[in-house]
Design a protein around this ligand. Sequence first.
Ligand code: 13P
Length: 250
Amino acid sequence: MRQVMVAGNWKMNGSSDSVKELMAGINAGMGSVTKAEVVVCPPAVYIARVSDAADGTAIKVGSQNICDQDKGAFTGELSGEMLKDVGCEYAIIGHSERRALYAETDDLVAKRFAAARRNGIKPLFCIGETLAEREAGVTNDVCARQIDAVIALEGVEALADGVIAYEPVWAIGTGKVATPEQAQEVHAFIRAKIANLSADVAQGLRILYGGSMNPGNAAELIGQPDIDGGLIGGASLKAEDFLAICMAAE
Ligand code: 13P
């Protein structure tokens, strides 16, 4: 059985005060969340205080990226060791905003994936197609290419150390959610593709859906056989909505 997971990607939002309030709000409702693994990924400058707030609770902490290198002259980057030091168990890797706005290639994303593993951090590995790619009928090819970059560098077994998040780019922050059928179709493709190389890895691998997930659509999406949870953007910034999604996941 794959444990359902709900992860919040706070992106570049929040302040010292709002982060404190959000953590207090999530923590207050955690007593009712018995099945889902709950992760929050704050902006890097708030990770340490979020880790403090999560201490002694079931809430786990992740970063929004990780450097592909381990130490030295890499201005602006954060190493796996540093992220571990401030309490990160997970790191989002290959988010479409990083790929599209900061030119992160499949190759660099794979190297970041490797850095996370090397440092004992679980990669929360994001893949997904743009609207143009979906309309061109190449959704599966794009997802396969993104996954293959990691497999080429690290081997298929490496995927077992992390989680995949399928996030169709056209559904992110747009309110235009994939239908449960659309999402399930891609999730099933991803699992089958990995099963060609390792049935065990495919069977155990959690594949989250991300893109305009909210308390109203979460249960139906997560209810699909190959959807093992959600990576939540906008709705993760409100404790009430985030908790509602955690409950829907149960
Ligand atoms: P939204 O939930 O705001 O669409 O964002 C999804 C996302 O990008 C999570 O990583």
